[in-house]
Design a protein around this ligand. Structure first.
Ligand code: SF4
Length: 187
């Protein structure tokens, strides 16, 4: 197709139109994306959580099932469970934390690099669950860790863990998003 003057004028006009409003979506249509480094980094983090290989009790079985072929965790980019906390950016607390184990869980968390995230998986991790009144169990992981997402259930099914991971993705992409418990406390 021959390029004539009127086509060039039309392209130039479209380009000027896009820049006049500085509207990101319009700019994107013209292959120009305006963003911040932090947003780009968060986009990468939100699509590639590396959970620590870490289990506590029966909820761990559901966590392991989530990583199996049936639930295909890798489609979200989260399948790389790391054997070393130094390579992980997410710790899933899948069960009750006993007072005896608490310092070790804390140590695993502190060995992870920033930024790092915490998911409380199951009623035990949220509040102690059926062991809440026990002398031996911490009444909720958020009493010593900054929990980002709470997943209720005893145990939560793999679909619930997937949903929790996607909620964490939302939170990383938009730091204004708060977890359900935080929202309830604020209201
Ligand atoms: S919430 Fe239920 S399934 Fe999960 S660790 Fe506690 S008792 Fe086990």
């Amino acid at each position: 197709m021959a390029v004539n003057e009127s086509m060039i004028d039309a392209l130039a006009a479209a380009r000027e139109e896009a820049f006049r409003d500085h509207d990101v979506e319009t700019l994107a249509k013209h292959n120009i994306v305006v963003t911040t480094i932090e947003k780009v980094l968060n986009w990468g983090r939100a699509h590639s959580f590396w959970p620590a290989t870490f289990g506590l009790a029966c909820c761990t079985i559901e966590m392991m099932a989530t990583a199996g072929a049936r639930y295909d965790l890798s489609r979200f980019g989260y399948e790389l469970f790391r054997a070393s906390p130094r390579q992980a950016d997410l710790i899933i607390i899948p069960g009750p934390v006993s007072w005896k184990l608490k310092p070790l869980v804390e140590r695993v968390y502190h060995q992870m690099a920033e930024p790092k995230y915490v998911i409380a998986m199951g009623n035990c991790a949220i509040s102690g669950g059926p062991f809440r009144d026990s002398y031996a169990v911490v009444p909720g992981a958020d009493s010593f860790l900054p929990v980002d997402v709470y997943i209720p259930g005893c145990p939560p099914r793999p679909e619930a863990l997937l949903h929790g991971l996607l909620q964490l993705r939302r939170k990383v992409l938009d730091p204004q998003v708060v977890s359900g418990v935080e929202a309830a406390e604020k209201s």
